[in-house]
Design a protein around this ligand. Structure first.
Ligand SMILES: Cc1cc2nc3c(=O)[nH]c(=O)nc-3n(C[C@H](O)[C@H](O)[C@H](O)COP(=O)(O)OP(=O)(O)OC[C@H]3O[C@@H](n4cnc5c(N)ncnc54)[C@H](O)[C@@H]3O)c2cc1C
Length: 512
């Protein structure tokens, strides 16, 4: 196993894409790069014996500081965890990549694959046999699969396929003690007393109290999953690495979609675009895989790279429809007439990938040019309350602009409108603007919770905090309160009694 101890080589592991959290270099002694279950076990056994804190690292595309080793100690990077064991009768697929050789296994009935956590989504898509695919599709495809399980990541097609959680069949988890735990969906359920009880491979016995808070009835990546009679596997999915490290993952596969079609429709008013989305939701023929929203500010950003985006376009809706749904396509055409679509472009979904991805790219290049900073939300609310959330976004956007009446962009609103999950990104040009943006962010987060939604639908909460009545509190407190945080701490203590894993995620170090 490779071990990095040269400070210059440790430096890239200290932060993630958010750059909001960066661990001090002097606090991190080593980066371990395990290549299999046994390496991982030995790192964790030693860490546990020596009371050394460990932070697991994926590809670092997270936006919540969740892989930043703020607690010091060591980093366990999963980038070399690329080869899985092959169960009997499963098909073995091997391939060379610049980062090393990978090996995955596909089940005899081709409905499942067993993979190692260090594979990126790009790698997985490249090696899966023709005709098969893995539906979860977070936009950032350089993310590692292990991390997408740790954050319960999702993407535009979550509207149809559900989040990562729905596609995970089994996990091999290495616990803080170094013990191996194999968890298969359906095998261990919480008892009526609210505890999950199970044994590790070596016979170690654990019992974990399930938090009693109520999960929001929306796509969610905030906090530990908790429900009466819940499945043990769901406790680990979305746990942001605080309960154990995934060493192997069994995913479910789908047959590749036959000839899906994407269509982006442009509107002269935001209202028309929202009515169009409501119309899409009412269609009975099905087959709509994704519904994505771009406000007028998003389109203004994207205009830099796409001259066909005319100034009168004030909103756009991008949809993907399964190939064999002609009736749905006809109904979409009728909705286009009804809601005054100014223009629309259709084609294979791949053609529109660049269109979608050009938004974060142009926002980031704008920020660099204007020496500005972004503060982005990740809220989702139930469908019945979405109109109210939309009104809150509009009101907050106006308030921000009114308070700082300058030229240039103030915010951009876009995202997974199918799941009532939009990203409102404030663009702040100076510390005063950022301070005000933070106060508006809090207002929106509280609104999302009040409407029965979540403060994080796909990114997780990581090490985020928020200022509430003059106090800095863990971000998650907004949703589950102090009691909920204590319950998460109790679940963590049951699995990681020495509190060495991913300390600072979900809970501040002091609450662990
Ligand atoms: C431009 C851009 C677009 C994005 N779009 C989306 C999107 O559409 N949907 C979405 O959900 N997210 C999105 N993200 C966020 C990010 O890509 C996801 O959160 C992703 O899951 C992070 O993967 P990573 O490998 O980079 O993980 P990292 O940032 O390295 O780590 C994320 C977390 O996973 C934990 N972890 C990593 N590996 C393991 C393991 N084997 N066992 C246990 N814990 C582990 C880490 O400790 C950390 O807590 C986007 C990010 C960017 C920059």
């Amino acid at each position: 196993m490779k071990i990095i101890s040269d400070p210059a080589a440790i430096e890239p592991y200290l932060a993630d894409e958010s750059n909001a959290f960066k661990a001090p270099l002097e606090c991190v002694s080593k980066v371990y790069l395990p290549e299999g279950v046994q390496d991982l076990q030995s790192v964790l056994r030693d860490a546990s014996t020596g009371d050394i804190k460990c932070t697991t690292s994926g590809a670092g595309t997270g936006v919540t500081g969740s892989r930043a080793p703020m607690c010091g100690g060591c980093v366990i990077s999963m980038e070399r965890m690329l080869k899985t064991e092959i169960p009997e009768n499963w098909e073995m697929i091997e391939r060379e990549f610049p980062v090393g050789a990978i090996r995955i296994a596909v089940s005899p009935d081709r409905t499942r694959a067993r993979i190692s956590p260090g594979l990126t989504l790009d790698m997985l898509n490249e090696v899966l046999p023709k005709g098969l695919f893995y539906p979860p599709d977070p936009t950032e495809s350089s993310a590692q699969i292990g991390s997408t399980v740790a954050t319960n990541a999702s993407g535009s097609r979550t509207f149809y396929f559900g989040p990562t959680r729905d596609w995970i069949e089994a996990l091999t988890v290495i616990l803080a003690s170094g013990e191996v735990l194999r968890v298969r969906r359906g095998e261990i359920l919480a008892g009526s007393d609210g505890f999950l009880r199970f044994k590790t491979e070596a016979g170690g016995e654990y019992q974990v109290p399930v938090p009693t808070y109520t999960m929001p009835p929306v796509k969610n990546a905030a906090g530990l999953f908790a429900k009466p009679n819940m499945d043990l596997i769901d406790l680990f999915i979305g746990s942001e690495g605080i309960l154990g490290v995934f060493a192997e993952i069994e995913i479910r596969l789908e047959k590749e979609l036959s000839d899906p079609i994407a269509d982006v429709a442009f509107f002269g008013s935001g209202r028309d675009s929202l009515e169009y989305v409501n119309g899409l939701r009412r269609l009975e023929n099905g087959g709509i895989v994704a519904i994505e929203y771009f406000d007028g500010h998003s389109l203004a950003f994207m205009r830099e790279n796409e001259a066909r985006l005319r100034e009168e376009y004030k909103a756009a809706i991008l949809i993907e429809v399964l190939g064999d749904h002609d009736a749905t396509l006809d109904a979409v055409a009728e909705l286009s007439d009804k809601y005054n679509v100014l223009d629309d472009w259709s084609g294979p979904p791949e053609q529109f990938k660049e269109f979608r991805h050009s938004l974060p790219e142009s926002v980031n290049s704008y920020l660099k040019r204007h020496d500005s900073h972004k503060l982005g939300t990740d809220f989702a609310v139930p469908l019945a309350r979405f109109d109210e959330m939309m009104k809150a976004y509009v009101a907050v956007g106006e308030e921000f602009q009114k308070r700082f009446p300058r030229a240039g962009m103030h915010y951009v609103l876009f995202g997974h409108i199918g799941d009532c999950h939009l990203h409102f990104n404030f663009i702040a040009e100076n510390p005063d603007e950022m301070a005000f943006a933070k106060s508006l962010y809090l207002k929106l987060a509280q609104k999302a919770v009040e409407l029965g939604g979540t403060i994080s639908a796909e990114h997780g909460v990581g090490k985020k905090t928020i200022e509430l009545e003059g106090r800095v509190v863990p971000y998650l407190a907004l949703m589950f309160g102090e009691v909920g945080l204590m319950q998460i701490a109790a679940a963590k203590r049951a699995l990681d009694p020495k509190l060495i894993l991913n300390v600072g995620n979900m809970l501040p170090e002091a609450l662990n």
